[in-house]
Design a protein around this ligand. Structure first.
Ligand SMILES: *[C@@H]1O[C@H](CO)[C@@H](O)[C@H](O)[C@H]1NC(C)=O
Ligand SMILES: [Zn+2]
Length: 260
């Protein structure tokens, strides 16, 4: 367990170091004014799919929103992403989980990609849940391999099969390109909920579907192709990491391409 944790810490350090070369101020920032009273509760979006969202205050005064998703598989839970870095934000998923898990067990933390606003609480949650397995795509870190597949085939942090595998057919992963090397979206098959994450954004007033911001997206052409591909999956609603609404329908996502 200690070695698993140190492997995660090393990996996180590498991921954060890449971001930190550009975003040191964010990673070292401590909000001086009190944080907003965040609604820590996970809210239900679909059968067995929950989401926690909060405002993330950046040192430059901007406010973004960040979402963390939780999928219930019987008595077991899978967390998708862990939110923004620094202790103040890391405690939000931690508090939310304490309420949400009830008698169930957190089995997996699956990450959509390694950007700092998605992996912030990784190490602190691994300390709190020592048995939890962590999955990334191998292009972010070597756990999920290939273009798509079933997460029950994934290998864990130790690059061995996790001790607990999600029931086959419950969640599939789908690779996206352009925004991060190994970005994956997760499809919860029973409810046809797609946790697309940073394949698109849905921010603004009113919220509008957009590609992720160019500044964080090394290849916009690939990002656009990925959104087009993901929009073809069989889902009822797609949810993203930065979403002012409660997801978008498949029709709305496909409509986005008609106006490009
Ligand atoms: C972006 O991706 C496209 C399609 O894969 C590729 O042709 C192009 O060279 C890439 N551009 C950059 C700047 O990497
Ligand atoms: Zn991102």
């Amino acid at each position: 367990m200690a070695s698993k944790l140190s492997a995660a810490a090393t990996l996180l350090a590498v991921v954060l170091a890449i971001d930190a070369t550009v975003f040191t101020d964010i990673l070292e920032w401590k909000p001086s004014a009190g944080l907003d009273p965040y609604p820590v509760a996970f809210k239900q979006l679909a059968t067995d799919v929950y989401r926690q969202g909060y405002d993330w205050h950046l040192p430059n005064g901007q406010v973004g929103d960040v979402h963390v998703y939780l999928i219930k598989l019987g008595e077991d839970y899978v967390l998708v992403d862990v939110g923004a870095p620094t202790a103040d934000y890391e405690q939000i998923p931690s508090s939310g989980l304490r309420q949400a898990l009830q008698n169930g067990r957190l089995r997996l933390i699956t990450l959509t990609h390694g950007h700092f606003d998605h992996v912030g609480a990784l190490v602190s949650l691994m300390k709190e849940y020592p048995d939890v397995q962590v999955l990334f795509h191998e292009a972010e870190a070597p756990f999920l391999t290939g273009e798509s597949g079933d997460i029950s085939d994934a290998k864990g942090l130790s690059v061995q099969k996790p001790a607990w595998a999600a029931p086959r057919g419950s969640i599939s992963f789908h690779r996206g390109h352009g925004h991060a090397p190994g970005h994956v979206s997760y499809l919860h098959k029973p409810s046809l909920s797609l946790i697309a994450d940073d394949i698109f954004n849905n921010e603004g007033q009113p919220p509008q579907i957009r590609l992720p911001p160019e500044v964080f997206t090394p290849n916009v052409t690939e990002a656009e192709l990925s959104l087009k591909k993901i929009a073809q999956l069989d889902f009822v609603k797609a949810f993203c990491g930065h979403d002012r609404a409660e997801g978008v329908t498949r029709e709305a996502l496909q409509q986005y391409f008609k106006i490009l």
